[in-house]
Design a protein around this ligand. Sequence first.
Ligand code: UDX
Length: 454
Amino acid sequence: MAKLKCHVIIVAYPAQGHINPLLQFAKRLASKGLKATLATTPYTINSIQASPAVGIEPISDGFDEGGFNQASSVEAYLESFKTTGSRTLTELILKFNATGFPISCIVYDSLLTWVLDVATRLRVYSALFLTNSASVCSMYWHFDKGVLDFPVKKETLPVSFPGLPPLGFFDLPSFLAFPTNHSAYLDAVFDGFHCLDETDWVFCNSFEDLEIELVKAMNGLWPVVMVGPMVPSAYLDQQIDGDTAYGASLWETETDQCLKWLDTKPSQSVIYVSFGSMANISAKQVEEMAWGLKASNRPFLWVIKESENKLPVDFLDSVGEIGLVVSWCNQLEVLTHQAIRCFVSHCGWNSTLEALSVGVPMVCVTQWSDQPTNAKFVEDVWKVGVRGKKDEEGIITREELEKCLKEVMGGERNREIKTNAYKWRDAAKKAVSMGGSSDTNINQFVSKLLIGKE
Ligand code: UDX
């Protein structure tokens, strides 16, 4: 095994759904004997717990006091990060090079493709890290190659991609279905695919068995290497020292309160509800969720930021002890509590992988980005949950939620869904354990790094 011969710097976009998997990748590399440093912005860095295994260093996005919220637009933010980030990352690497810990490789988030130029200038290896599923990334890849018309025309549906099931309009990532709404993010995503030939590795936070049809269909067409799931090893029955949590939380958590409350509930009885860190759920959708949860007549734990502005008046009083609402928690600690029965999720890729990795069935209430496609897979490919159908205003009504909850927690499909959830949990563990596909892929990367760049 490597003896700290190589130093890898991992550059993360400063959002919860990006820091979590990249910090986790840093820990995995450290567990293989490499020196690993995570670089992200000063505004988020204090939210990351120091660990003996991974160093944390700041690089600037140009908004050191307030981060993304200080920028006038997504475009302005990404442009500022590119300019200031290139300079400060270069300085950081030169500092390491001068102090006896030279950098061998830069791993970079797929939203930060300018890092490739820094790596090329400094003549170090580079590795792109995809934070979406390989299936979603392959769709972007096909659109970028011009293989399919963009934007998608409704009359050409369903869309067929190699290795994927036929996809209807509302199964597509919102960036492809409604491109004008998110053009800056879409440009950043496409930029990632312009780098594929120039970068030394392309990693994806997924595992081969999970997307096996896609892996087979794309074999030889693109260079993606599966290394996930990037979930703390303790949840995958592994023992990497101290790796019991992601170690980053951009908000104060109320986990202890959640766990105490869950302790009072029967085994496999509680619905856990969370929409991740970025989705902005409409007040109407919150209201429908609230009354749907109440009508389900089962205990629920709901993570909702800004709940006071959106929850219906008197809702909390009306549910009493049956419901707990918090603004943030350690999701994996909650998901793995024995009282949890099902996860109502927006289907962000990390949340989806976490549910799959710990075997919790899902009800999908999607919002944007890759979430509709992840939900399609949850229902039709992995068969570990059901999707809420939206009405003509794009809302999942209380009746629809109640119906989905019944199906997952007690309906005809409940047994099949539960069996599949356990099957994928076991497959995830296998992928990262010694000799598993993701573990082998990471070992090959480490071995190549040790040989060094010409
Ligand atoms: C977004 C996109 O939705 C996602 O698909 C993309 O790949 C990354 O950016 P986000 O909306 O935050 O991310 O969702 P998700 O990918 O699920 O990540 C959320 C992370 O926050 C998860 O790792 C989850 O464990 C964590 N979390 C969430 C908490 O720790 N506590 C909570 O209360 C809720």
